[in-house]
Design a protein around this ligand. Structure first.
Ligand code: PMP
Length: 354
């Protein structure tokens, strides 16, 4: 990245080194082989630990990459305010990275998301505006961000349509997964990820195809709110961070395998088990992703290398159902499963962009 940057008139050497320093805190996360017994049979899946990023979620990668590209392409100036509509983790990521780069930040988000998200964003001095269902919820938040941008002095990352979002995951998350597996003599047969913007599933998918053209890339959505399958907002669910109210422009369903679903209750119990049996305190979408990976493993067989992500840690969910007793329902994967342990796959020796 640094060699490219020499040629940009908008990226000063000082800012360029700030970006490099930030890449030492974003990405290059550990990977784990999770060992479990499902319906009495031992098995394994691979998970990338995105809770290790600067703000504790996968969204740091795309926030840092989008801002870097914006400077490189002269689409942002140092005194612009960064304004983004987000369901949470993106707001936290842009608040932290925006502040580290010296920007003012304004985050617009629906008012039904966890209090922790709001407080974390406020703690970094970002301005936050909450939008009710009556004011338009998620789509209303996006509309408002566009209106603010029209007034000038604003940089809008537009995570749902910005192709650098997917490219961030192609160049970092996906590349790291491929190299970490390669260090163990392995290649991914399948990858599954819950879809928020779809940046993760599209970007990682693209990169993994360079290593195995037959790799199966599956998007995942909540069973209670199957927007990807139906094409419109339907139902309600508790897996914060995925399945907002529409199919994002980044997502190209015709380039992906079938949508895998996970129920929100099952995802909560799975995330609780990951914490209680392995000591890995992760968020609800991580539980959903692990359910997706186990479903694929059942389909593809014992030898398949199935990979997914632990998207964030559990600290933003301490006021949610994640820390309550969740009733068991028929058909849950989590109730037939116990984790046995994990084997780490080390980080890369050097960050890809550091
Ligand atoms: N899980 C969590 C907790 C998230 O915040 C997000 C992003 N909104 C995702 C999963 C999905 O990531 P992506 O936007 O890349 O599809």
């Amino acid at each position: 990245m640094s060699t490219e940057s020499i040629h940009s008139k908008c990226l000063s050497p000082e800012l360029d080194s700030r970006f490099k320093h930030l890449w030492c805190l974003v990405g290059n996360t550990p990977m784990l082989e999770l060992q479990y017994v499902y319906k009495g049979k031992p098995n394994r899946i691979f998970v990338k630990c995105e809770n290790y990023n600067l703000t504790g979620s996968i969204k740091d990668r795309m926030a840092l990459y989008i801002l870097y590209k914006a400077y490189k392409n002269c689409q942002i100036s140092p005194d612009d305010m960064i304004v983004e509509a987000t369901s949470g983790n993106t707001g936290i990521a842009f608040s932290a990275i925006g502040k580290a780069l010296g920007h003012e930040v304004k985050i617009i988000m629906p008012n039904w998301l966890s209090k922790e998200r709001i407080d974390i964003i406020k703690s970094m001095g970002a301005d936050i505006q909450l939008i009710s269902k009556e004011e338009g919820g998620f789509l209303g938040s996006i509309k408002l961000s566009e209106e603010l941008a029209a007034k000038g002095g604003v940089f809008l990352p537009r995570q749902f349509e910005n192709l650098f979002n997917a490219e961030a995951h192609e160049m970092t998350t996906g590349k790291e997964i491929a190299l970490q597996l390669e260090s163990k003599g392995l290649v991914a047969d399948a990858f599954v990820a819950g879809v928020g913007t779809g940046g993760t599933v599209m970007g990682v998918g693209k990169q993994l195809k360079n290593y195995n053209p037959f790799v199966k890339i599956h998007p995942l959505e909540p069973q209670e709110s199957p927007t990807l399958t139906t094409g419109y907002k339907v139902g309600a669910h508790r897996i914060q961070g995925i399945s907002d109210e529409f199919i994002p422009a980044i997502v190209k369903l015709d380039e992906l395998e079938e949508v895998v679903c996970a129920s929100d209750g099952d995802s909560i119990i799975m995330a609780q088990k990951i914490a209680k049996q392995l000591g890995l305190a992760v968020g609800i979408s991580s539980g959903a992703n692990v359910i997706g990976a186990i479903k694929l493993k059942e389909q593809l067989g014992d030898d398949a290398v199935v990979v997914t992500l632990l998207c964030d840690d559990n600290k933003k969910y301490l006021s949610t159902d994640l820390v309550k007793d969740e009733p068991v329902k028929e058909g849950y994967i989590s109730t037939d499963l116990d984790f046995r342990g994990f084997m780490p796959i080390a980080r890369l020796e050097k960050p890809l962009f550091g």
